[in-house]
Design a protein around this ligand. Structure first.
Ligand SMILES: [Zn+2]
Length: 127
């Protein structure tokens, strides 16, 4: 049985550039997004940047949107990584869809000023 979503994800992963290659991007408030990270929903390992491929767009000067697929070699799985990063004050907030609604997460600038960790995205795919 062919899983169409997986075939499409693998097709996209083969052809699309790494998110890494499309960064850094500076939001209108000066906040620099240098990395978009993801962790495997199965083994929780952080995925190497070159294994996260898709599109980064800037639909508004203060909003970065990303739509990617990430591969975990350990688990032989591929999973979507999708969301937005919005400039807020001097930092940024991360937004993702959860049960049909946008959910917002503050980025803790004190912990890591320039690196956005999106490990929370994987919770969505465990359920
Ligand atoms: Zn894994």
């Amino acid at each position: 049985m062919v899983d169409k979503r997986r075939v499409l994800a693998e097709f996209r992963h083969y052809y699309e550039p790494t998110l890494d290659s499309q960064l850094p991007i500076t939001l209108s408030n000066g906040f620099v997004v240098v990395a978009i990270n993801g962790a495997c929903p199965l083994c929780k390992r952080e995925i190497a940047q070159y294994k996260i491929k898709g599109n980064v767009t800037l639909p508004l000067p203060n909003v970065l949107s990303f739509d990617a697929n990430a591969v975990c070699d350990e688990c032989k799985c591929i999973f979507p990584l999708y969301g937005r990063i919005r400039a807020k004050n001097k930092t940024a907030q991360i937004e993702r869809l959860e049960n049909g609604r946008w959910v917002f997460y503050s980025h803790n600038a004190l912990v890591d000023k320039f690196k956005l960790s999106l490990n929370w995205l994987t919770r969505f795919f465990k359920d």
